[in-house]
Ligand binder design. Structure first.
Ligand code: IMP
Ligand code: MG
Length: 170
C-alpha cells in the first residue's frame, strides 16, 4: 500500500479554513480568483464553494514540468484579459509551489496588468526547496521535497482525480 500524505478529510478541513481566512480579509470586497490550470482546478473549485464573499473566477495556464522534473522554463499556454484584472483584488490560486518559478512569473504577468491588490494562495508549498521572490500569502500545507500526486496534481497528466494527496514512489 502506498502511503497517503494528506487525506481527503484533512484537505477538506484545511480548504474550508482557508476560505474563511480569506473571507475575513476581503469581507464584502469583490475578489478575482485566478485558477492556474490544470493542477489548481480541484482546489479552486472546493475553495470557492466554501468562500462566502463576492468571487469572480478566471483561468490561466502555465507549464514548466516534464514528468517529475522542472524544466526551469515557464511557458504561458493560456492568457488572461487585462480588463479582468485592472483595479481588482486578485488572488492567484496555485496547486503547489515547488521551485517558485511559476509563481514569480505569474506575479510579474498579473502585476503588470494593474490589479488593486495581488495575493497568492497555494494548497502545497515546498518551502525548503522554493526560491520564490514572491512568498505565498496563504498556504494549505507545507511539505517536504517530495513529488506528489492527486487532488489535481499529476504525473504525466495522470492521477489528478485521486481525492487525496500521496507521494509518487519511484
Ligand atoms: P514551480 O517549480 O514552483 O514553478 O512549480 C511549477 C508547477 O510544477 C506546479 O504548479 C505544478 O503544476 C508542478 N509541480 C511541482 N511540483 C510538483 C509535484 O510534486 N507534483 C506534481 N506537480 C508538481
Ligand atoms: Mg501548477
Amino acid at each position: 500500500m502506498e502511503e497517503v500524505l494528506i487525506s481527503e478529510e484533512a484537505i477538506n478541513k484545511r480548504v474550508e479554513e482557508l476560505a474563511n481566512e480569506l473571507y475575513e480579509v476581503y469581507k464584502d470586497e469583490k475578489v478575482v480568483f485566478i485558477c492556474t490550470l490544470k493542477g489548481a482546478v480541484f482546489f479552486t473549485c472546493d475553495l470557492l464553494k466554501k468562500y462566502k464573499g463576492r468571487a469572480l473566477i478566471d483561468f490561466l495556464r502555465v507549464s514548466s514540468y516534464e514528468g517529475d522534473h522542472s524544466t526551469g522554463e515557464v511557458a504561458l499556454n493560456l492568457s488572461i484579459s487585462e480588463k479582468n484584472i485592472k483595479g481588482q483584488n486578485v488572488i492567484i490560486v496555485e496547486d503547489i509551489i515547488d521551485t517558485g518559478k511559476s509563481i514569480d512569473f505569474l506575479y510579474d504577468y498579473i502585476g503588470n496588468m494593474g490589479p488593486k491588490t495581488l495575493a497568492s494562495c497555494t494548497l502545497l508549498y515546498k518551502e525548503e526547496k522554493s526560491t520564490a521572490k514572491n512568498k505565498p500569502d496563504y498556504v494549505g500545507f507545507k511539505i517536504d521535497d517530495l513529488f506528489v500526486i492527486g487532488y489535481g496534481l499529476d504525473y504525466n497528466q495522470e492521477y489528478r482525480n485521486l481525492p487525496y494527496i500521496k507521494a509518487l514512489k519511484k
